[in-house]
Design a protein around this ligand. Structure first.
Ligand code: NAD
Length: 352
């Protein structure tokens, strides 16, 4: 068992172990006074893993039921949250009861938000099953849903009572989502950990998946500890590659490219821009591109610099007249730079 302790206002542990799904009931018993548990999951994950969690919960004496929503980002809206509230209320959930989120980032974000807001906040436990959720979204307490106007526009910070990571669940994750999650893994190496980056270059992440998960959640934990509610400090560094990544997703109308794939292109482009401006150590973009290719991620896009800059301007994270992209001095050493909005296009423009 590997444990990463998160020291947020309400502290919790992230435990990583093969087979941990079967211990969900023991964790719930140890960490909460709940009598009832609602297991929230999606239509892909439910047939694979829900029975094991339900069995573990009932063996520990909980009254448990499931709420299954249709898998996919399209379900990440307030209508699905309203359906979760109905399940909670019909099942008689009180303030001491518990929600368990079993699934990818969509499930964790929504079940977390429903738990944050039902009865003004009840406990929830994260059992992430996608690579992205295991290395990123289940840690840090950000929960929420999309609006028609944009992604994750409604939400709350609500820390889980625990995060249970069972790497064996990745065996059933489709390759597309494995590659998607690897973009965030590469990102952690880029922003904070040069030796981890080198390890990814020379080794096989899948073979050392427990190490990979532990290192990634430790980096995220360190960043979250310094900036729990994203007040503009360290947590912004997690957005490396995201300014241009979001722009690409937007220009592609959120289809044909995953978030991680767009972020991979964004990381390479931002490293190239940094190199062109003498900010980033030469050769950095090439190393990031090679690592992305190794893990089946794209490294370039068809859009012009003008199109990308335009799309980045309308991003919700663009505050006022400036854009604050995350840049690298070298692999493992990141910072944000303020770029006036009208200069952003020339900032990202490079020869190739
Ligand atoms: N809260 C945060 O800090 C944070 C950070 C990054 C991303 N996010 C959010 O995470 C979401 C993306 O997460 P995601 O990529 O996990 O999406 P997802 O939850 O839609 O999961 C991806 C797909 O994999 C399936 N799946 C999950 N685990 C599986 C398994 N073990 N076996 C088989 N299939 C499995 C799901 O059913 C889904 O079809 C986005 O909504 C994004 O906004 C949140």
């Amino acid at each position: 068992m590997r444990t990463v302790h998160v020291g947020t206002g309400r502290p919790y542990d992230i435990d990583i172990e093969r087979g941990l799904l079967d211990k969900a009931g023991e964790y719930a018993k140890r960490l909460s006074d709940a009598k009832r548990v609602v297991l929230v999951t999606d239509t892909n994950v439910a047939p694979l893993y829900q029975q094991r969690i339900l069995h573990s919960l009932s063996a520990c004496g909980f009254e448990a039921t499931t709420h299954v929503f249709r898998a996919g980002e399209e379900s990440k809206h307030l209508g699905t949250i309203a359906e979760m509230y109905n399940t909670f209320a019909d099942f008689g959930m009180t303030r001491r009861d518990l929600v368990v989120a079993l699934g990818g980032g969509v499930c964790g974000d929504m079940a977390g938000f429903a738990a944050a807001s039902y009865l003004r906040g009840i406990d929830f436990m994260q059992v992430p099953t996608s690579l992205l959720a295991q290395v990123d979204s289940s840690v840090g307490g950000k929960t929420g849903v999309d609006l028609p106007q944009g992604k994750n526009l409604v939400g709350a910070f609500h820390q889980p009572v625990a995060v249970l990571i069972d790497p064996d669940t990745l065996k059933t994750l489709p390759d597309f989502y494995k590659a998607d999650g690897m973009a965030e893994v590469v990102k952690y190496g880029c922003i904070k950990d040069a030796s981890f980056f080198t390890f990814l270059e020379h080794g096989d992440a899948a073979v050392h998946i427990e190490d990979v998960i532990e290192i990634c959640v430790s980096v995220k934990r360190d960043v979250v500890n310094l900036d729990e509610c994203e007040r503009g400090g360290e947590r912004i560094l997690l957005n490396f590659g995201h300014t241009l990544g979001h722009a690409i997703e937007k220009l592609r109308h959120y289809s044909g490219i995953s978030h991680g794939m767009a972020v991979a292109v964004g990381m390479v482009m931002m490293a190239k821009a940094g190199e062109a401006r003498g900010i980033t150590e030469p050769g950095t973009a090439g190393r990031i591109a090679a690592l992305c290719q190794k893990y089946a991620l794209p490294t370039s896009e068809q859009f012009s610099f003008a199109e990308l800059a335009n799309a980045a301007r309308s991003d919700k994270k663009t505050a006022g007249d400036v854009i604050r992209p995350v840049l690298l001095r070298r692999i493992g050493d990141s910072f944000t730079q303020t770029v006036p909005i009208e200069e952003f296009e020339s900032f990202i423009t490079t020869e190739d």
